[in-house]
Design a protein around this ligand. Structure first.
Ligand SMILES: [Zn+2]
Ligand SMILES: [Zn+2]
Length: 263
């Protein structure tokens, strides 16, 4: 199986997960971009996985369904262009012998879900890396997390905690290339984090060559992402310098998110 990020709009990635003949696409905001990739790679689209209702994640669903008869999967708690297989946390389904698990990750939107593939086929001739695969939409970004449009800080912290508990080798397939701007903020929070400094250098080089910084890995994110590190002393101290009243972990996380909003 291979992971191919298709750039769309300013900074979206529409993730194509495929073998040599069949594909699924995650959050196809732009159907034409996906149709062009399917033609170029000679793939049949079997399924469309939607993480949440925002237009930049769903705008191409109807075009793709009509053109390919792909089955659409999406969150039960949100309004996705139907007909759609409605999913919630704990559900799972199979595609090409791969088990795909569903997690509830509210925060960015109220019904946001993520898709986790614990044991993807990594046959050598098709290897696109090793380790489980996570399609997390706008919940977790490299170096950051989604804005709280519909959920609370407590919900987002809980969602990120459950993502952080997945295996470290998990390949994190985020829906936006926000990495460099996230890392500028992360460096303001943790200026002495050596792994963060090294990762920032690597990502600068990748973007200078117009390469995606994704997928990241969970191990990498745990070392550099302030929103997965909000209980670390360095992050707590940085937040409390700006917001001395932030005492418990939810308040620290909420003030960290607010700091990023204003950064
Ligand atoms: Zn969104
Ligand atoms: Zn988005």
């Amino acid at each position: 199986m291979q992971l191919t990020p298709l750039p769309a709009f300013n900074d979206n990635y529409l993730w194509l997960w495929h073998n040599s003949s069949h594909a699924v696409v995650v959050d196809p905001g732009d159907g034409e971009v996906v149709m062009q990739a399917l033609a170029r790679l000679q793939l049949h689209l079997d399924a469309i996985l939607v993480t949440h209702h925002h237009a930049d994640h769903t705008g191409g669903v109807n075009l793709l369904r009509q053109a390919t008869q792909a089955v659409v999967y999406g969150p039960a708690g949100e309004n996705i262009p139907g007909p759609c297989v409605a999913l919630s946390g704990g559900d799972h389904f199979d595609w090409q012998g791969q088990r795909i698990e569903v997690m509830d990750v509210p925060g960015h939107t109220a019904g946001h879900i993520a898709y986790f593939v614990p044991d993807p086929d990594t046959s050598p001739e098709l290897a696109g890396g090793n380790g489980p695969v996570l399609f997390c939409g706008d919940t977790l970004f490299s170096g950051g997390c989604g804005r709280l449009f519909e959920g609370t800080a407590a919900q987002m912290l809980n969602s990120l905690d459950r993502l952080a508990a997945l295996p470290g080798a998990t390949r994190v397939c985020c829906a936006h290339e926000y990495t460099l701007s996230n890392l500028r903020f992360a460096l303001a929070v943790e200026p002495a984090n050596a792994e963060l400094l090294a990762y920032h250098d690597r990502c600068l080089q990748l973007r200078a060559q117009n390469q995606p910084t994704l997928p990241s890995t969970l191990t990498q994110e745990l070392a550099i992402n302030p929103f997965l590190r909000s209980r670390q002393a360095s992050v707590v101290q940085a937040v409390q310098q700006r917001s001395p009243s932030a005492s418990d972990e939810v308040a620290v996380f909420a003030q960290l998110r607010e700091w990023k909003n204003q950064f």
